[in-house]
Design a protein around this ligand. Structure first.
Ligand SMILES: [Mg+2]
Length: 135
């Protein structure tokens, strides 16, 4: 894929006249709710096919979730790639300097003593967000 998900989704929003912002912004409750519903619908479709498949349907629905998530970020003016990078940075600190990984019985990686929580607020502030919506 030559374009990033963010670029593809921006192209889609531009082509269809959908909202797109370049600075993190609180949007109207109506628009925010609409975006939340779209994402919930797609997440429900993933849940529906996660076990039963088929695999191509699962792949489709997973891509829909990512697409709608990027679209929702764009509607709110959030650079989601930067937020993802921060989440990744934080997640990698779950691995201690000793290389030890602590897992729960179901396989989920647990937070070790060197874990650093993601600072998403700082990422958004670097993108121009003013917490509290003050302009
Ligand atoms: Mg779908």
């Amino acid at each position: 894929m030559s374009s990033s998900p963010a670029e593809l989704v921006r192209e889609f929003h531009r082509a269809f006249g959908l909202d797109a912002r370049s600075t993190p912004t609180e949007v109207s409750p109506r628009l925010a709710a609409h975006r939340g519903e779209l994402l919930a619908e797609e997440a429900a479709e993933v849940a529906e096919v996660s076990v039963s498949g088929p695999l191509d349907r699962l792949a489709h629905e997973l891509a829909d979730v990512v697409y709608v998530a990027y679209g929702t970020a764009l509607v709110h003016g959030i650079d989601l790639d930067a937020v993802l990078a921060e989440i990744h940075r934080s997640n990698m600190t779950k691995l201690g300097p000793d290389g030890q990984v602590v897992r729960r019985a179901d396989g989920k990686v647990l937070k070790g003593e060197h874990y650093e929580t993601p600072d998403v607020s700082a990422v958004l502030r670097r993108q121009g967000w003013t917490p509290g919506g003050a302009a």
